[in-house]
Design a protein around this ligand. Structure first.
Ligand SMILES: [Zn+2]
Length: 126
């Protein structure tokens, strides 16, 4: 075997997903609501399952129910359902105790927009 380092610099353009990507950076769950059937996808679907191409951006509360979770060598991951969405998604669970069944979207910062769920703070206090 021959070892060789390969470096790669590239830029990804978010294109039509720009509102979604911008939301991830600041911890907002920007979903796409279909103009035909009102299905709300998060992460957004470019083409709705009904076939419609037209959608509007809408902000979800950002809270989600954890349906399934697993722990891997590089952390915890879950299948979650964001409140207000009609879709489910897999994502990284960040510092959510194994007994918790809910979380809230985490701000990923500007370096790398990543969909991540973190522990709720205060939702149960009010
Ligand atoms: Zn639709």
């Amino acid at each position: 075997m021959i070892s060789h380092h390969l470096g790669l610099d590239y830029a990804l353009n978010p294109g039509w997903m720009a509102p979604y990507v911008a939301g991830l950076s600041v911890g907002k769950a920007r979903a796409r609501r279909c103009q035909s059937c009102a299905a709300t996808s998060f992460p957004p679907l470019r083409v709705c399952t009904c076939g419609c191409l037209e959608g509007d951006w809408t902000d979800l509360p950002g809270t989600a129910q954890i349906l399934f979770r697993t722990t891997g060598l590089d952390g915890d991951f879950g299948l979650v359902h964001f409140d207000g969405a009609t879709t489910k998604t897999t994502l990284r669970l960040q510092a959510i105790p194994a007994t918790e069944t809910r979380g809230v979207i985490a701000a990923s910062g500007d370096d790398l927009p990543v969909l991540c769920l973190t522990a709720l703070t205060g939702e149960r206090d009010g």
